[in-house]
Design a protein around this ligand. Structure first.
Ligand SMILES: *Cc1c(COP(=O)(O)O)cnc(C)c1O
Length: 353
């Protein structure tokens, strides 16, 4: 199918000149334009790039009541050669449509997702920060727009892409509590989908952990709270006795992170053994007691690799020196070098705009 042309309506009020690229707060600032498309009568229509603005929704819109909403998070960079590149957006498209299927929402075709994203970034290329470690954060999302309170899949949807400059995301090493009561995801549930409800449901338990002095939760399985799953909204990796271990995806309760996948590939190429399997809290505690629990870190698009300095299982505290996490550090460096074009992009991960 040939790619339809996406009309571009340019703003007459760019905010770029007033924007301070040296002080960027994540998630607060957006570029001048956005991509919009409406799903009606079984087809995507009215695709356009237009000035960034509020949208109007009927108060009875399905998304506001029953949570049919999904999103993605992707980053674009200006590499060392001055090219604009996006990190593995094809993987985000696949996952977006997996999320859509689970939420009984329509599939978004490749041209709309990829061409829409590239053309929008092209219009906004002046917004890609060039300061080290900065990026342009890309947020595609879809919402159900039927003005109808009956509980059924909506017949109409809106797909949008918004962009925001993102500064050097320094994430301080985190203190993490192993969650023993609340759950993020259940087998048969929606944990593998990037749908809004997962995040709404996680806020309360994370807040309780914060009141106890922690930064985030290490989620455990819903049945027994025995096996570890994810850390906050990141995938989690452990180094035990020189081996990297990350929870497997098979129960459908761990989100299939693009950073997780990339990390597994890169770590194996660096010569580390990586196991995707069930990992129990008992095994972690036993490894710590034996002195072979060496590193623990989160991986995700926003912070890339986040060191963890303390892991708590009830009163039992496991402390780590973030300065002494050679595997996490090497991984972070490798991802950075590929994105900046300093290291050969063997797998074709970087998509040029
Ligand atoms: C988005 C997300 C991740 C990380 O996925 P990336 O593709 O690496 O950004 C991990 N866990 C959850 C719950 C997420 O929402």
């Amino acid at each position: 199918m040939s790619t339809p042309t996406i009309p571009i309506i340019k703003t007459t009020h760019s905010n770029l000149a007033n924007f301070n690229m040296n002080e960027i707060a994540f998630g607060k600032h957006f570029t001048d334009h956005m991509l919009v498309a409406d799903y009606e009568d079984g087809a995507w229509k009215h695709v356009a790039i237009q000035p960034f603005s509020p949208i109007s929704l009927d108060p009875s819109s399905a998304v506001l009541h029953y949570g049919q909403t999904i999103f993605e998070g992707i980053k674009a960079f200006k590499n060392d050669k001055g090219e604009f590149v996006i990190f593995r957006p094809d993987q985000n498209l696949i996952r977006f449509n997996v999320s859509a299927a689970r939420m009984e929402m329509p599939q978004v075709p490749e041209w709309l997702f990829m061409e829409g994203m590239k053309q929008l970034i092209n219009v906004e290329s002046g917004w890609i920060p060039t300061t080290p470690d900065s990026s342009l954060y890309i947020r595609p999302f879809m919402i159900a727009t039927d003005p109808y309170l009956g509980v059924r899949p909506s017949l109409t949807y809106k797909f949008m892409i918004i962009l925001g400059p993102s500064g050097p995301y320094f994430s301080a090493p985190m203190k993490i509590l192993i969650e023993q009561k609340y759950t993020r995801a259940t087998p048969g549930g929606v944990g593998f989908a990037k749908n809004g409800g997962n995040y709404g449901a996680s806020l309360h338990p994370v807040e309780l952990a914060k009141q106890k002095g922690f930064d985030q939760i290490l989620w455990t399985d819903a049945n027994e709270h025995k096996y570890v799953e994810e850390v906050g909204v990141m995938n989690v990796m452990f180094v035990i006795d020189g081996k990297v271990i990350t929870p497997s995806l098979e129960r459908g309760t761990v989100l299939k992170g693009v950073t997780r996948d990339s990390s597994i590939i890169l770590l194996r190429e660096m010569g580390y053994e990586v196991e995707e399997r069930n990992l129990s809290v008992d095994e972690i505690v036993a490894a710590h007691k034996k002195g072979v629990f060496q590193e623990i870190f989160g991986v995700g698009t926003a912070a890339v690799v986040s060191m963890i300095k303390q892991l708590a299982h009830g009163d039992y505290l496991m402390d780590f020196d973030p300065e002494n996490m050679p595997i996490a550090k090497a991984l972070k460096q490798a991802l950075h070098e590929i994105r900046m074009g300093r290291k050969a992009d063997k797998h074709g991960w970087m998509v040029k705009i």
